[in-house]
Ligand binder design. Structure first.
Ligand SMILES: [Zn+2]
Length: 211
């Protein structure tokens, strides 16, 4: 949903999510910044693809508290599932899932899921790390918006940066499209360029899947 394109206003009391595209890009940028700075262990193609999926899912997972959000739209029967699990997202949109507590709960859930995969099929730690970093990137990006996020839910209110709300982003507005997205692209491309050998090694691992 976007304030900028249609010019429509949200219903009273409803907060607008930052666009899914911005979260996708922020997740990819955050994961690249964190992962490419570490010494990369040998990685197989299946784990690499799982890392990409985890990055995509982690970057959008906090908005599972909102039926119709981008990640729900990728899931078969997502509308029904969203309705069924809605009570678990205490407080509704931008509450539990947009907090450190929510991040910890999702991290534990994903860890359990990954450990359910037969041993040796994928490397758990890189995939889990990608999910958690991407998830946290979502909270950081939403913190830049007028609505802020309740980092310490259930304690305290919503926090944002800068602290003065009028200085924050209007979600989906021109600043997000003309400044935030290009800056994220710039950081992502710079990071990949600065770590070209590591990026090439990862692409090589992907290529090796065809053997
Ligand atoms: Zn969000």
């Amino acid at each position: 949903m976007s304030l900028g394109r249609g010019g429509a206003c949200p219903p009273p009391g409803e907060s607008i999510p930052m666009t899914g595209r911005t979260h996708d890009l922020a997740a990819a940028t955050a994961v690249s910044l964190v992962v490419l700075r570490q010494p990369l262990p040998p990685i197989d193609a299946v784990t690499l693809v799982a890392c990409a999926v985890a990055t995509f899912a982690g970057g959008l997972a906090p908005d599972l508290d909102k039926p119709g959000s981008k990640l729900w739209r990728q899931v078969p029967a997502g509308g029904l599932l969203a309705w069924l699990v809605r009570p678990a997202f205490i407080g509704g949109h931008r509450n539990l899932s947009h907090s450190l507590l929510g991040a910890a709960l999702f991290a534990l859930g994903v860890q359990a899921l990954l450990h359910a995969v037969p041993a040796g099929y994928i490397r758990v730690v890189p995939v889990w790390t990608c999910f958690v970093v991407a998830y946290l990137s979502h909270l950081v990006m939403d913190s830049l918006t007028e609505e802020g996020v309740p980092w310490f839910f259930p304690f305290g209110g919503r926090l944002g940066f800068p602290p003065l709300r009028p200085l924050r982003l209007k979600t989906g507005g021109w600043f997000e499209h003309l400044v935030v997205l290009p800056v994220l692209w710039g950081v992502l491309v710079y990071t990949w360029h600065a770590h070209l050998p590591e990026v090439m090694a990862l692409l090589k691992a992907l290529g090796a899947s065809g053997r």
